[in-house]
Design a protein around this ligand. Structure first.
Ligand SMILES: *[C@@H]1O[C@H](CO)[C@@H](O)[C@H](O)[C@H]1NC(C)=O
Length: 320
């Protein structure tokens, strides 16, 4: 068991920008202060490449104006440096706007950047999930192919919110979806999804209840944790739930919430990612809302710790 530090409520007033001032926080022993970066950002993808932490995020503005992605790097989770130029800009053959939900992964020394573009909820053919590539985690990433890697509803799942999950055996999976969620294996060159043995393009792994969007698969001690966001992202009740399974294909039965609003810290936390540090500690990177703020796009990026119980279940995240 870990002893959580005693929490006291504090009102952080950074006086730096309008975005950060007035954000309620919790004082803890953690060295960083949430939100970790300035500005409205969402759907953060946080992970470590070598000795450097990276966070990639959706620019949380009107969909039509979402034409690039930003990212930050840090040596210590405290000091974050914004990447210039932006890690990805919509200058590709097909992706124009409505860019959201980035996911970056390393494979054989190259860095692959998966993203959503062009209103994938309504359009088919020229909208969905893209994949770009770069030689360094800071990009800029250029499209690997001149079309979406997933460009239509499969198993009723919207072609959005990609996550690449790498299993212990080295298999790379693409997991994605809105309303329903799919899994498929990625080809060795990361440019396509590989049909399953039965010929299906993707297997549906939607949990038994609550699934909305923002999928995230994590494997720990042989158990697959499938996590997702529930509720409307512009509402205080946006939240993260999870399921556990011994198979990457499920079935996934909802266990409960692992991250939800906290009346003294933040509303609407969700669309997260989790990474394990070199010392075995787990961190969750997510976006959240300022309490009482009803502007849908006003989302900020935060990091907190994730602790597991002895039976493998996840303790509710204490937002700081
Ligand atoms: C998009 O950006 C342009 C240029 O800054 C601005 O005029 C416009 O109002 C923005 N669109 C929306 C829907 O906010």
């Amino acid at each position: 068991m870990y002893a959580l530090p005693l929490v006291t409520v504090t009102l952080a007033s950074f006086g730096v920008s309008g975005v950060r001032s007035g954000v309620a926080g919790r004082q803890t022993d953690e060295p960083w202060t949430n939100p970790i970066v300035e500005g409205w950002y969402a759907d953060p993808d946080g992970l470590k490449f070598g000795d450097t932490y990276w966070v990639y995020a959706t620019v949380s503005i009107a969909f039509d104006n979402q034409t690039w992605f930003d990212a930050w790097s840090s040596p210590d989770l405290v000091t974050w440096t914004k990447q210039e130029p932006p890690v990805f800009s919509a200058s590709s053959a097909w992706a124009v706007d409505w860019l959201w939900a980035p996911c970056t992964i390393e494979r054989d020394g190259k860095y692959y950047f998966f993203y959503t573009a062009n209103n994938p909820i309504d359009n088919e053919g020229n909208a969905g999930i893209g994949v770009a590539v770069a030689d360094t985690p800071g990009g800029p990433f250029n499209d690997l192919i001149d079309h979406p890697i997933v460009d239509k509803h499969i198993n009723e799942a919207n072609a959005m919110d990609p996550q690449v999950f790498v299993d212990d055996d080295g298999t790379y999976y693409l997991i994605w979806g809105g309303s329903f969620v799919n899994i498929a294996r990625l080809s060795d060159d990361m440019a396509s999804i590989v049909p399953w043995e039965d010929g299906s393009e993707a297997k549906e792994i939607t949990p038994d209840q609550g699934f909305g969007e923002g999928s995230f698969m994590l494997k720990r001690e042989g158990i697959y944790y499938f996590m997702w966001s529930e509720g409307g992202y512009g509402t205080p009740d946006y939240r993260v739930a999870y399921a556990m399974s011994e198979s990457v294909l499920g079935p996934f039965e909802r266990i409960g919430l692992m991250l939800s609003k906290d009346e003294v810290v933040a509303d609407g936390p969700g669309h997260h990612s989790i990474f394990e540090d070199d010392d075995g500690e787990y961190y969750i990177v997510y976006h959240r809302r300022i309490i009482g703020d009803d502007v849908g796009d006003n989302r900020v990026v935060a990091i907190d710790r994730v602790f597991f119980n002895d039976d493998g279940t996840i303790q509710p995240v204490v937002m700081t």
